[in-house]
Design a protein around this ligand. Structure first.
Ligand SMILES: Nc1nc2c(ncn2[C@@H]2O[C@H](COP(=O)(O)OP(=O)(O)OP(=O)(O)O)[C@@H](O)[C@H]2O)c(=O)[nH]1
Ligand SMILES: [Mg+2]
Length: 323
Protein backbone atom coordinates (compact mmCIF):
# COMPACT_ATOMS: atom_id res chain seq x y z
CA UNK A 1 0.00 0.00 0.00
CA UNK A 2 1.50 3.32 -1.02
CA UNK A 3 -0.22 5.97 1.10
CA UNK A 4 1.29 7.01 4.43
CA UNK A 5 -0.80 5.34 7.07
CA UNK A 6 0.11 4.05 10.47
CA UNK A 7 -0.10 0.30 10.65
CA UNK A 8 -1.39 -1.75 13.53
CA UNK A 9 1.67 -3.30 15.08
CA UNK A 10 0.60 -6.90 14.77
CA UNK A 11 2.44 -9.37 12.58
CA UNK A 12 0.47 -10.12 9.46
CA UNK A 13 1.63 -13.47 8.05
CA UNK A 14 -0.22 -13.00 4.76
CA UNK A 15 1.41 -9.66 4.20
CA UNK A 16 -1.07 -7.92 1.93
CA UNK A 17 -3.82 -6.88 4.28
CA UNK A 18 -2.58 -3.51 5.49
CA UNK A 19 -5.07 -2.38 8.09
CA UNK A 20 -4.47 1.14 9.46
CA UNK A 21 -5.36 2.36 12.93
CA UNK A 22 -8.71 4.15 12.81
CA UNK A 23 -8.96 7.88 13.63
CA UNK A 24 -10.67 8.96 16.84
CA UNK A 25 -14.44 8.55 16.81
CA UNK A 26 -14.30 6.08 13.90
CA UNK A 27 -17.27 3.75 13.74
CA UNK A 28 -17.62 0.37 12.11
CA UNK A 29 -19.84 -2.64 11.89
CA UNK A 30 -21.79 -5.17 9.85
CA UNK A 31 -25.11 -4.09 8.37
CA UNK A 32 -27.47 -6.74 6.98
CA UNK A 33 -29.54 -5.75 3.95
CA UNK A 34 -32.75 -7.77 4.08
CA UNK A 35 -36.19 -7.70 2.53
CA UNK A 36 -38.45 -9.59 0.19
CA UNK A 37 -37.16 -10.50 -3.31
CA UNK A 38 -36.67 -7.84 -5.99
CA UNK A 39 -36.93 -4.74 -3.78
CA UNK A 40 -33.44 -3.59 -4.86
CA UNK A 41 -31.17 -4.84 -2.05
CA UNK A 42 -28.26 -5.74 -4.33
CA UNK A 43 -28.63 -2.58 -6.44
CA UNK A 44 -28.43 -0.61 -3.20
CA UNK A 45 -25.34 -2.40 -1.95
CA UNK A 46 -23.56 -1.80 -5.26
CA UNK A 47 -24.51 1.89 -5.18
CA UNK A 48 -23.31 2.29 -1.59
CA UNK A 49 -19.93 0.63 -2.12
CA UNK A 50 -19.53 2.22 -5.57
CA UNK A 51 -18.81 -0.99 -7.43
CA UNK A 52 -20.69 -3.97 -8.81
CA UNK A 53 -20.22 -6.54 -6.11
CA UNK A 54 -23.58 -8.28 -6.48
CA UNK A 55 -25.51 -9.07 -9.64
CA UNK A 56 -29.01 -7.62 -10.08
CA UNK A 57 -31.96 -8.39 -12.34
CA UNK A 58 -35.72 -7.90 -12.67
CA UNK A 59 -36.15 -11.63 -11.82
CA UNK A 60 -36.98 -12.32 -8.17
CA UNK A 61 -34.46 -14.48 -6.27
CA UNK A 62 -31.44 -13.15 -8.09
CA UNK A 63 -29.15 -13.23 -5.05
CA UNK A 64 -28.36 -16.72 -3.78
CA UNK A 65 -25.47 -16.24 -1.37
CA UNK A 66 -24.75 -13.83 1.42
CA UNK A 67 -22.39 -11.28 -0.12
CA UNK A 68 -20.25 -8.70 1.56
CA UNK A 69 -19.73 -5.22 0.16
CA UNK A 70 -17.43 -2.89 2.06
CA UNK A 71 -17.75 0.90 2.31
CA UNK A 72 -14.97 2.90 3.93
CA UNK A 73 -14.90 6.67 4.38
CA UNK A 74 -13.27 9.06 6.90
CA UNK A 75 -15.93 8.41 9.50
CA UNK A 76 -16.74 4.75 9.26
CA UNK A 77 -16.34 1.34 7.71
CA UNK A 78 -19.57 -0.48 7.00
CA UNK A 79 -19.58 -4.07 5.89
CA UNK A 80 -22.87 -4.60 4.11
CA UNK A 81 -24.20 -8.13 4.00
CA UNK A 82 -26.53 -8.52 1.02
CA UNK A 83 -28.90 -11.43 1.45
CA UNK A 84 -31.30 -13.48 -0.69
CA UNK A 85 -34.85 -12.12 -0.73
CA UNK A 86 -37.02 -13.67 1.97
CA UNK A 87 -39.93 -15.59 0.43
CA UNK A 88 -41.96 -18.74 0.82
CA UNK A 89 -39.60 -21.49 -0.41
CA UNK A 90 -40.76 -24.15 -2.88
CA UNK A 91 -37.60 -26.26 -3.10
CA UNK A 92 -34.44 -27.07 -1.18
CA UNK A 93 -32.49 -24.22 -2.79
CA UNK A 94 -35.21 -21.75 -1.75
CA UNK A 95 -35.14 -23.10 1.81
CA UNK A 96 -31.40 -22.58 2.00
CA UNK A 97 -31.66 -19.04 0.61
CA UNK A 98 -34.22 -18.04 3.20
CA UNK A 99 -32.34 -19.77 6.00
CA UNK A 100 -29.13 -17.97 5.06
CA UNK A 101 -30.93 -14.62 4.98
CA UNK A 102 -32.43 -15.27 8.41
CA UNK A 103 -29.05 -16.29 9.81
CA UNK A 104 -27.58 -13.02 8.55
CA UNK A 105 -30.09 -11.13 10.68
CA UNK A 106 -28.66 -12.72 13.80
CA UNK A 107 -25.02 -12.07 12.98
CA UNK A 108 -24.97 -8.34 12.14
CA UNK A 109 -24.71 -5.16 14.22
CA UNK A 110 -27.62 -3.42 12.50
CA UNK A 111 -30.16 -4.28 9.81
CA UNK A 112 -31.45 -2.29 6.89
CA UNK A 113 -34.91 -3.52 5.95
CA UNK A 114 -35.41 -2.59 2.31
CA UNK A 115 -38.93 -2.22 0.91
CA UNK A 116 -40.27 -1.24 -2.50
CA UNK A 117 -41.55 2.31 -1.91
CA UNK A 118 -43.34 2.42 -5.26
CA UNK A 119 -46.03 0.04 -4.00
CA UNK A 120 -47.91 -0.17 -0.71
CA UNK A 121 -46.56 -2.32 2.08
CA UNK A 122 -47.54 -5.97 1.66
CA UNK A 123 -47.61 -9.20 3.62
CA UNK A 124 -44.09 -10.10 2.48
CA UNK A 125 -42.71 -6.93 4.08
CA UNK A 126 -44.76 -7.52 7.22
CA UNK A 127 -43.31 -11.03 7.49
CA UNK A 128 -39.71 -9.78 7.30
CA UNK A 129 -40.51 -6.96 9.73
CA UNK A 130 -41.77 -9.50 12.25
CA UNK A 131 -38.55 -11.49 11.96
CA UNK A 132 -36.59 -8.32 12.66
CA UNK A 133 -38.75 -7.29 15.57
CA UNK A 134 -37.21 -10.23 17.42
CA UNK A 135 -33.62 -9.32 16.57
CA UNK A 136 -31.56 -7.47 19.12
CA UNK A 137 -29.74 -4.85 17.04
CA UNK A 138 -31.05 -1.58 15.58
CA UNK A 139 -33.17 -1.65 12.41
CA UNK A 140 -33.55 1.05 9.74
CA UNK A 141 -36.48 0.97 7.35
CA UNK A 142 -35.29 1.85 3.84
CA UNK A 143 -37.92 2.85 1.29
CA UNK A 144 -36.32 2.24 -2.10
CA UNK A 145 -37.56 2.95 -5.65
CA UNK A 146 -39.06 6.33 -4.72
CA UNK A 147 -38.25 7.39 -8.30
CA UNK A 148 -41.05 5.02 -9.34
CA UNK A 149 -43.69 6.44 -7.03
CA UNK A 150 -46.78 7.77 -8.80
CA UNK A 151 -46.70 11.45 -9.84
CA UNK A 152 -50.00 12.21 -8.15
CA UNK A 153 -49.59 13.41 -4.52
CA UNK A 154 -52.88 11.74 -3.53
CA UNK A 155 -51.53 8.39 -4.67
CA UNK A 156 -48.20 8.82 -2.84
CA UNK A 157 -49.74 9.61 0.55
CA UNK A 158 -51.18 6.13 1.27
CA UNK A 159 -47.92 4.48 0.14
CA UNK A 160 -45.82 6.60 2.45
CA UNK A 161 -48.32 6.18 5.27
CA UNK A 162 -48.23 2.37 5.05
CA UNK A 163 -44.46 2.34 5.64
CA UNK A 164 -44.51 5.16 8.17
CA UNK A 165 -46.96 3.10 10.24
CA UNK A 166 -44.60 0.13 10.12
CA UNK A 167 -41.66 2.31 11.19
CA UNK A 168 -43.65 3.95 14.02
CA UNK A 169 -44.95 0.61 15.25
CA UNK A 170 -41.37 -0.57 15.87
CA UNK A 171 -39.66 2.76 16.54
CA UNK A 172 -37.44 2.39 13.44
CA UNK A 173 -36.03 5.39 11.57
CA UNK A 174 -37.40 5.63 8.00
CA UNK A 175 -35.32 6.81 5.04
CA UNK A 176 -36.56 7.25 1.46
CA UNK A 177 -34.16 6.89 -1.48
CA UNK A 178 -33.55 5.51 -4.93
CA UNK A 179 -30.74 2.97 -5.26
CA UNK A 180 -30.96 2.99 -9.05
CA UNK A 181 -30.70 6.77 -9.39
CA UNK A 182 -28.47 7.11 -6.32
CA UNK A 183 -30.61 9.80 -4.70
CA UNK A 184 -30.71 10.46 -0.93
CA UNK A 185 -28.09 7.79 -0.31
CA UNK A 186 -26.12 10.32 1.79
CA UNK A 187 -29.02 10.58 4.21
CA UNK A 188 -29.26 6.83 4.35
CA UNK A 189 -25.54 6.50 5.02
CA UNK A 190 -25.61 9.10 7.80
CA UNK A 191 -28.53 7.26 9.44
CA UNK A 192 -26.65 3.96 9.23
CA UNK A 193 -23.42 5.38 10.67
CA UNK A 194 -25.47 6.85 13.51
CA UNK A 195 -26.52 3.34 14.52
CA UNK A 196 -22.98 1.95 14.69
CA UNK A 197 -20.65 1.81 17.67
CA UNK A 198 -17.05 3.03 17.62
CA UNK A 199 -14.89 0.30 16.13
CA UNK A 200 -11.83 -0.71 14.09
CA UNK A 201 -11.23 -1.27 10.39
CA UNK A 202 -12.27 -4.86 9.78
CA UNK A 203 -10.84 -4.79 6.26
CA UNK A 204 -8.19 -2.73 4.45
CA UNK A 205 -9.80 0.61 3.48
CA UNK A 206 -9.49 -0.01 -0.27
CA UNK A 207 -11.22 -3.40 -0.27
CA UNK A 208 -14.74 -3.43 -1.70
CA UNK A 209 -15.64 -7.08 -1.29
CA UNK A 210 -14.22 -10.26 0.17
CA UNK A 211 -15.74 -12.43 -2.56
CA UNK A 212 -13.17 -14.38 -4.61
CA UNK A 213 -12.87 -13.16 -8.19
CA UNK A 214 -13.78 -16.63 -9.49
CA UNK A 215 -17.12 -16.48 -7.67
CA UNK A 216 -17.92 -13.06 -9.15
CA UNK A 217 -17.06 -14.38 -12.63
CA UNK A 218 -19.64 -17.15 -12.19
CA UNK A 219 -22.19 -14.62 -10.97
CA UNK A 220 -21.61 -12.36 -13.97
CA UNK A 221 -22.37 -15.33 -16.24
CA UNK A 222 -25.51 -16.12 -14.23
CA UNK A 223 -26.58 -12.49 -14.49
CA UNK A 224 -26.58 -12.64 -18.29
CA UNK A 225 -28.70 -15.80 -18.14
CA UNK A 226 -31.17 -13.98 -15.86
CA UNK A 227 -31.30 -11.06 -18.28
CA UNK A 228 -31.57 -13.11 -21.48
CA UNK A 229 -33.88 -16.03 -20.60
CA UNK A 230 -37.35 -16.36 -19.13
CA UNK A 231 -39.50 -18.35 -16.73
CA UNK A 232 -37.97 -21.40 -15.15
CA UNK A 233 -34.56 -21.20 -16.82
CA UNK A 234 -33.00 -18.46 -14.63
CA UNK A 235 -33.91 -20.33 -11.45
CA UNK A 236 -32.58 -23.65 -12.72
CA UNK A 237 -29.00 -22.66 -13.47
CA UNK A 238 -25.86 -23.07 -11.42
CA UNK A 239 -22.47 -21.99 -12.71
CA UNK A 240 -19.16 -23.70 -12.10
CA UNK A 241 -16.06 -21.78 -13.13
CA UNK A 242 -13.84 -24.72 -14.04
CA UNK A 243 -10.64 -22.98 -15.00
CA UNK A 244 -9.10 -19.51 -15.00
CA UNK A 245 -5.75 -19.00 -16.70
CA UNK A 246 -4.18 -15.59 -16.68
CA UNK A 247 -1.27 -14.51 -18.79
CA UNK A 248 0.01 -11.02 -19.52
CA UNK A 249 -2.34 -10.45 -22.48
CA UNK A 250 -5.54 -12.34 -21.75
CA UNK A 251 -7.53 -14.21 -19.10
CA UNK A 252 -8.93 -17.53 -20.32
CA UNK A 253 -12.00 -18.79 -18.51
CA UNK A 254 -13.80 -22.12 -18.87
CA UNK A 255 -17.18 -22.40 -17.18
CA UNK A 256 -20.05 -24.86 -17.13
CA UNK A 257 -23.69 -23.85 -16.88
CA UNK A 258 -25.68 -26.56 -15.13
CA UNK A 259 -29.40 -26.89 -15.78
CA UNK A 260 -31.99 -29.40 -14.68
CA UNK A 261 -33.59 -30.46 -17.98
CA UNK A 262 -32.74 -31.05 -21.64
CA UNK A 263 -35.37 -28.47 -22.63
CA UNK A 264 -33.54 -25.84 -20.56
CA UNK A 265 -30.27 -26.82 -22.18
CA UNK A 266 -31.93 -26.33 -25.57
CA UNK A 267 -33.13 -22.84 -24.61
CA UNK A 268 -29.72 -21.84 -23.30
CA UNK A 269 -27.92 -23.00 -26.41
CA UNK A 270 -30.54 -21.57 -28.78
CA UNK A 271 -30.82 -21.92 -32.54
CA UNK A 272 -27.39 -22.85 -33.87
CA UNK A 273 -25.89 -21.74 -30.57
CA UNK A 274 -27.24 -18.19 -30.89
CA UNK A 275 -28.39 -17.81 -27.27
CA UNK A 276 -25.18 -19.14 -25.76
CA UNK A 277 -23.28 -16.76 -28.01
CA UNK A 278 -25.21 -13.74 -26.68
CA UNK A 279 -24.81 -14.86 -23.05
CA UNK A 280 -21.11 -15.54 -23.57
CA UNK A 281 -20.41 -12.27 -25.29
CA UNK A 282 -22.34 -10.15 -22.73
CA UNK A 283 -20.77 -11.99 -19.78
CA UNK A 284 -17.32 -11.62 -21.33
CA UNK A 285 -17.74 -7.85 -21.49
CA UNK A 286 -18.78 -7.72 -17.84
CA UNK A 287 -15.86 -9.93 -16.76
CA UNK A 288 -13.45 -7.72 -18.72
CA UNK A 289 -14.53 -4.82 -16.49
CA UNK A 290 -13.86 -6.97 -13.44
CA UNK A 291 -10.38 -8.12 -14.45
CA UNK A 292 -9.60 -4.89 -16.33
CA UNK A 293 -8.22 -6.75 -19.32
CA UNK A 294 -9.01 -9.00 -22.27
CA UNK A 295 -11.03 -12.13 -21.57
CA UNK A 296 -11.60 -15.30 -23.54
CA UNK A 297 -14.68 -17.09 -22.22
CA UNK A 298 -15.75 -20.60 -23.15
CA UNK A 299 -19.10 -21.88 -21.90
CA UNK A 300 -20.46 -25.43 -21.69
CA UNK A 301 -23.98 -26.49 -20.79
CA UNK A 302 -24.62 -29.64 -18.79
CA UNK A 303 -27.82 -31.25 -17.50
CA UNK A 304 -27.86 -32.30 -13.84
CA UNK A 305 -31.41 -33.46 -13.08
CA UNK A 306 -33.03 -31.92 -9.98
CA UNK A 307 -29.86 -30.31 -8.64
CA UNK A 308 -31.92 -27.77 -6.69
CA UNK A 309 -33.46 -30.59 -4.65
CA UNK A 310 -30.16 -32.24 -3.79
CA UNK A 311 -28.25 -31.09 -0.74
CA UNK A 312 -24.94 -32.52 -1.95
CA UNK A 313 -25.30 -30.89 -5.37
CA UNK A 314 -26.16 -27.58 -3.76
CA UNK A 315 -22.96 -27.79 -1.75
CA UNK A 316 -21.00 -28.71 -4.89
CA UNK A 317 -22.27 -25.49 -6.47
CA UNK A 318 -21.23 -23.39 -3.49
CA UNK A 319 -24.58 -22.95 -1.73
CA UNK A 320 -23.66 -23.35 1.88
CA UNK A 321 -26.09 -25.40 3.89
CA UNK A 322 -26.05 -23.81 7.35
CA UNK A 323 -27.72 -25.47 10.29
N1 LIG B 1 -36.91 2.17 -10.54
C1 LIG B 1 -36.06 1.60 -9.70
N2 LIG B 1 -35.69 0.32 -9.89
C2 LIG B 1 -34.83 -0.22 -9.01
C3 LIG B 1 -34.30 0.51 -7.92
N3 LIG B 1 -33.47 -0.30 -7.22
C4 LIG B 1 -33.48 -1.50 -7.87
N4 LIG B 1 -34.29 -1.46 -8.95
C5 LIG B 1 -34.56 -2.55 -9.92
O1 LIG B 1 -35.24 -3.60 -9.25
C6 LIG B 1 -34.86 -4.88 -9.80
C7 LIG B 1 -34.38 -5.79 -8.69
O2 LIG B 1 -33.16 -5.29 -8.16
P1 LIG B 1 -32.17 -6.20 -7.31
O3 LIG B 1 -31.15 -5.28 -6.76
O4 LIG B 1 -31.72 -7.38 -8.11
O5 LIG B 1 -33.17 -6.68 -6.16
P2 LIG B 1 -32.90 -7.64 -4.91
O6 LIG B 1 -33.72 -7.13 -3.76
O7 LIG B 1 -31.44 -7.78 -4.67
O8 LIG B 1 -33.52 -9.01 -5.42
P3 LIG B 1 -33.23 -10.53 -4.91
O9 LIG B 1 -31.76 -10.75 -4.93
O10 LIG B 1 -33.94 -11.35 -5.93
O11 LIG B 1 -33.85 -10.66 -3.56
C8 LIG B 1 -33.78 -4.57 -10.84
O12 LIG B 1 -34.40 -4.56 -12.11
C9 LIG B 1 -33.29 -3.19 -10.44
O13 LIG B 1 -32.79 -2.43 -11.54
C10 LIG B 1 -34.70 1.88 -7.76
O14 LIG B 1 -34.27 2.62 -6.86
N5 LIG B 1 -35.58 2.36 -8.68
MG1 LIG C 1 -30.23 -9.40 -4.70
Amino acid sequence: MSQAISMVDTFDPVGYSAIPTPPEGFRSGFVGIVGRPNVGKSTLMNALVGQKVAITSPTAQTTRNRLRGILTNDQAQIIFVDTPGIHKPHHELGKILVKNARMAIDSVDATLLVVDGSVEMGRGDQFVAELLAHSSGPVILGMNKVDQQPEDEDAIAPLDASYQRLADEHGWPLVKFSALHETSLDTLLATLIDQLEPGPYYYPPDLVTDQPERFIMGELIREQILLNTREEVPHSVAIAVDRVEEDTKITRILATIHVERDSQKGILIGKKGSMLKVIGSDARQQIQKLVMGQVYLELFVKVVPKWRQSRSRLEDFGYRVEE
